[in-house]
Design a protein around this ligand. Structure first.
Ligand code: URA
Length: 210
């Protein structure tokens, strides 16, 4: 990917996102829509995966047919909300390797605190896609990418549902080599680090907590 930021303006993505934003949308609908959008965003973020050719036999004849080249890609869920995106993407890319980065935001400082880290080996020669629905302050995204780079990841991408201008800027400054794919960049962050107008707390909305 050459662009640092790609906003997927496809009407299906935009329509589904609007329903997710509505405060009265149920947990069940939110979860289903997140799954659907995650697949459309994954389609975009994997658009330039390299292909190779394999000899196959159709019922009619032999042909050289395209298949994805190289090692299985890696999906990294930034817990806990990342899991809502991960489920859908795994349906699309079932052979992907999966890792988890557990970070929570200290409500006072808004800084990320790590509580879990488990990722596949050999990150260095795989495409690694980190997923988190909300790129808000960018603090946890930057911290997660820092950790993944320390583990050897070189070909990294970041997939989110919604981003703030502040979060995009922070990621661009810290990790200009990591392209971001999102469905929308909203107006701003509020004083609590929430994206406005946003959709509220993505984790609470997908898991029905509060
Ligand atoms: N995390 C969320 O779930 N929502 C926001 O608006 C910001 C961070």
């Amino acid at each position: 990917m050459t662009e640092h930021l790609t906003v997927v303006t496809h009407p299906l993505v935009q329509h589904k996102l609007t329903i997710m934003r509505k405060k009265d949308t149920s947990t069940a609908s939110f979860r289903r829509l997140l799954r659907e959008i995650s697949q459309l965003l994954a389609y975009e973020i994997t658009r330039d995966l390299p292909l190779t050719s394999t000899r196959i036999e159709t019922p009619l004849q032999e042909m050289d047919a395209p298949t994805i080249e190289g090692k299985k890609l890696v999906l990294i869920s930034i817990l806990r909300a990342g899991n809502g995106l991960m489920d859908g993407i795994l349906e699309l890319i079932p052979a992907a390797r999966v890792g988890f980065v557990g970070l929570y935001r200290d409500p006072e400082t808004l800084q990320p605190v790590q509580y879990y880290y488990k990722v596949p080996s050999e990150l260095d020669d795989r495409m690694v896609i980190a997923v988190d629905p909300m790129l808000a302050t960018g603090n946890s995204s930057v911290a997660a990418i820092d950790l993944l780079k320390k583990s050897g990841a070189k070909n990294l991408r970041f997939l989110c549902l919604l981003a703030s201008p502040e979060g995009v800027k922070r990621m661009r400054e810290a990790h200009p080599d990591v392209p971001i794919v999102t469905a929308a960049v909203d107006e701003r962050l509020d004083d609590h680090g929430y994206i406005v107008p946003g959709l509220g707390d993505a984790g609470d909305r997908m898991f029905g907590t509060k």
